[in-house]
Design a protein around this ligand. Structure first.
Ligand code: PMP
Length: 358
C-alpha cells in the first residue's frame, strides 16, 4: 500500500562509522561548560513530564527573536530546520507546481518535494559552484517552478551564491527560501528581504552553534507569511526539554558561543591553509563551518584511509559536480591537527601504493 512516490525515495543518509575524530556532520565542536549544564539540569527537574509543552514555545520564541534581532511575529520554530523545509514545501504554491533547486545542495529540499509528489527543477551549479543563471532561467521559463531553495552558504560546497543571481531568479516569480544554517560563519544574510517581502523567507538553526541535539530550527518571514505557514505547523513541535535547554543556553551561554564561533572561523582558515600545502589535494574556500576538497584519488579510497587513521569525514563524491570530493567539518584545534596529519599520510600512502602498482 506504500505509494510509488515513497518507494522511489531513499532515506536520508548520515555517517555512522565509528571513529574518534568525527568531522562528518558539520556539528559545533564544543559542548557547553559545566555551569550551564548544571543550570539546565536544575531547570529540567522542574518540568512536569506528564504535561504537554507550551504549543507556541512563547518564551523561547521571544529569546530567539531577540537573539536574531527580529520580532516574535516574524518567527516560526521547527523541530530542526528540516521540519520547516517540509512546511515550506507543503505551503508555498500548489503541489503540482515545481520546486527549483540548484544542485548539489542540502538533500532535504528535494526529499521534502518528492515526498509531497512535487516536481523538481534541479539545475547543476557552474564549475565554480555558483548558480548557472542562464541555464536556470531557461529551465524556469520552461517548467515554471514557484518555489526555490538556496542554501546560503551552500552545503556541501561552502560558498555563497551570488546575491544578484538569486534576485534575478526571484524576479521570475519564485518564492525564495534562503537557508542560512551556517549564517554564524558567513555573516551574510537576506534577513531584510525576509522581513519586508512576501516572496522571501530565511531559515536559521541552533544546530550549527552547539545545539544539534535540541532540534530547533527558525523560520523568519513577514508577519503575513508567518501567520499562514504557522497553520501547517504540528502542535507541540518543540519539546519541553528543548525549550528549556535552548532558553538557558541563549541567555547564559551567549559569550561562550560568540567566543567559540570566532575560534571555529579562525580554525577554518588554518585548516584551509594547511590543506592547500598537501600535494594532490585541492581545497575550496568556505564561508561555513566545513571545507570541501578534491584529491587526485577516488573519494572512497581517501575516505577509507582517513577512517583507518580514526578520522571520519563525509564522502560527497556521488553528488553532481563533486567527482572525487569529500567534506570535512571544522573541529577543535587538536582534531583539526589530527585530520591534517591523517590526510597528509593518507595521500602519501595512496601515492606510494599506486606507484608500486605500475
Ligand atoms: N540546512 C542546511 C543547509 C544544512 O546543512 C542542515 C544540516 N546539515 C540543515 C539545514 C538542517 O538543520 P537542522 O539540524 O536545523 O534540521
Amino acid at each position: 500500500m506504500i505509494s510509488n512516490r515513497i518507494k522511489s525515495l531513499s532515506a536520508y543518509k548520515t555517517e555512522v562509522s565509528p571513529a574518534s575524530v568525527r568531522l562528518s556532520s558539520n556539528e559545533f565542536p564544543y559542548d557547553f561548560p559545566e555551569d550551564i549544564k548544571a543550570k539546565i539540569l536544575e531547570e529540567i527537574k522542574k518540568i512536569p513530564l506528564n504535561k504537554y509543552p507550551d504549543p507556541e514555545a512563547k518564551e523561547l520564541k521571544e529569546i530567539i527573536a531577540d537573539f536574531f534581532g527580529v520580532k516574535t511575529e516574524n518567527v516560526i520554530l521547527g523541530n530542526g530546520s528540516d521540519e520547516l523545509i517540509y512546511y515550506i514545501s507543503m505551503a508555498i504554491g500548489e503541489l503540482y507546481l515545481p520546486v527549483y533547486i540548484p544542485i548539489p545542495t542540502f538533500p532535504m529540499y528535494e526529499i521534502s518535494a518528492k515526498v509531497l509528489g512535487r516536481p523538481t527543477v534541479s539545475v547543476p551549479l557552474q564549475e565554480d559552484f555558483d548558480i548557472d543563471l542562464n541555464r536556470s532561467l531557461e529551465r524556469i521559463r520552461e517548467e515554471k517552478p514557484v518555489l526555490g531553495y538556496f542554501a546560503y552558504p551552500n552545503n556541501p560546497t561552502g560558498n555563497l551564491f551570488s546575491r544578484e543571481k538569486i534576485e534575478k531568479i526571484r524576479e521570475e516569480g519564485i518564492f525564495c527560501a534562503i537557508d542560512e544554517a551556517y549564517y554564524h560563519y558567513s555573516g551574510e544574510t537576506f534577513l531584510e528581504d525576509a522581513l519586508n517581502r512576501e516572496d522571501t523567507v530565511v531559515l536559521r538553526t541552533l544546530s550549527k552553534i552547539g545545539m544539534a541535539s535540541l532540534r530547533v530550527g527558525i523560520l523568519i518571514g513577514k508577519e503575513e507569511i508567518v501567520r499562514e505557514l504557522n497553520k501547517v505547523r504540528l502542535p507541540f513541535n518543540i519539546t519541553y526539554p528543548s525549550q528549556i535547554m535552548a532558553k538557558v543556553i541563549l541567555t547564559e551561554g551567549r559569550n561562550f558561543l560568540e567566543e567559540k564561533i570566532k575560534e571555529v572561523i579562525k580554525e577554518r582558515e588554518r585548516v584551509y591553509e594547511g590543506m592547500k600545502k598537501i600535494e594532490g589535494v585541492e581545497v575550496f574556500p568556505s564561508t561555513a563551518n566545513f571545507l570541501l576538497f578534491r584529491t587526485i584519488f577516488s573519494a572512497h579510497e581517501v575516505y577509507e584511509e582517513l577512517l583507518k587513521r580514526d578520522v571520519l569525514v563525509r564522502n560527497v563524491s556521488y553528488l553532481p559536480r563533486l567527482n572525487r570530493c569529500l567534506r570535512v567539518s571544522i573541529g577543535k584545534p587538536r582534531e583539526n591537527d589530527r585530520f591534517l596529519e591523517a590526510l597528509d599520510e593518507s595521500i602519501k600512502e595512496l601515492m606510494e601504493s599506486k606507484s608500486t602498482h605500475f
